[in-house]
Design a protein around this ligand. Sequence first.
Ligand SMILES: [Zn+2]
Length: 488
Amino acid sequence: MRKITTIAPPLPALPRRKRVAAYARISLENDKTKNSFSAQVSYFSKLIQGNPEWEYAGVYADCGESGTSKKRDDFKRLLSDCEAGKIDIILVKSISRFARNTVDLLETVRRLKELGIDVRFEKENIRSMSAEGELMLTVLASFAQEESRSISENSKWAIRRGFQKGKQSSTQVYGYRWDGANFVLQPDEAETVRFIFSEYLAGKSPHVIAAELNDMGIPSMYGKIFYQRTIISMLGNEKYIGQIIMQKTFVENHVTHEKKKNNGELPRYTIENAHPAIIDRETFDKVQARLNQRKISVQRTAFTSMILCEVCGLNFQRATKYYKNKRTSVMLCANRKHARPCDCGTKQIPEKVLESVTTEVLGLSEFDADIFKAKIKQIVVPSKSQLAYHFHSGKIVTREWKSTAATDWWTPECRAAQAARMRDKVVTDEHRKAQSEGMKAHYAANPQRRKADSDRMKKFCAENPDWCKAQSERLTAHNAKLKAGKGE
Ligand SMILES: [Zn+2]
């Protein structure tokens, strides 16, 4: 006979309560009140004992100056209890309380991770066992790398150093004061920050807002006036929502200490609720949306930052020209755009011309910005009518371009109108004198321009002596006619 034995499933093990310890370190320089020590200890005891899923495993606390290695007895005791398997979670107020430097921190946190112990940093809102915690470790590792390369000040916090060193804006934020460890809210400045955000959302421009604040006599951070750019950078500062973004920039070259904007080469790490917010998230997001619209209206085209004036070493910039209500977009050397003296002799190139020449160079049937970006590294302009296309592949193709300005603007009607104007025009001595004064003033203000113009003229005349002679005769005859009051 068959015997049936029932095998009872094992009883599900009750989830064991997590054994939670806290580590507190009191630095005398920052925690001015003597109660701080017992306050922290009782805070953590209450926090742990108030959580039904947690089992109190004790509060470990050291007292000593911040950043030094003195008096870390309880820290050592905590680690040995961890090794002994007595603890599952460690609560810490902030990263800076936990270890002396990033290298130290990384080693400790990684070892604790191996043991399955989660370290939770309250201020930074980080759990070492979470995916975010992993990211944090990566970020810290990169700081640690930098730290190990520069052995100076090894007692200081690499993170805090990153915040302070060279990145003035990070610790000097209107609306807060940096007390050495935290951003402390400045109520009166916070009020101004809220005003700026609400005015901007009400449709006012940064320029107008700056003027309003200056009219009201409200000083900026260092008692100076507000500028448009001050307002724009404030409107985009995530610190106003209590957030800190770490690793916005990074040191690319450890020899030159060249800073580079982090566009995803390294993880960017965000700390939420790092300090009291001045602006709520919704308002901030609306402002960012409007700021982005503004960026679009400034409009980057396919040619932005792509055309280099070889002589000046500057990029061509975009300008909009109007002639008889007709709008044309051109690209021209930055020196020329801003009327700075230069010798490059480049011309403004209509975008239409750039597009058609580029289309031809790329062998396309119509201009395609994506293909252009994919294939061309840069367009170098060596002289007034040449364009040298530098491909990513290393190939260089040179093309001549012709100005279409004459045909675009100098229509038969324009020509007739101008001729009519000239016919009626009587050039008086005063007029001639005024013109000559104008030229003198222009050259006095731009001595380099005078030299450049004169050299260019001399060079041209030397190369074209016949034209030069004929032109000189034409001008003499023309001036004589004008002087006689006949016009032409
Ligand atoms: Zn130039």
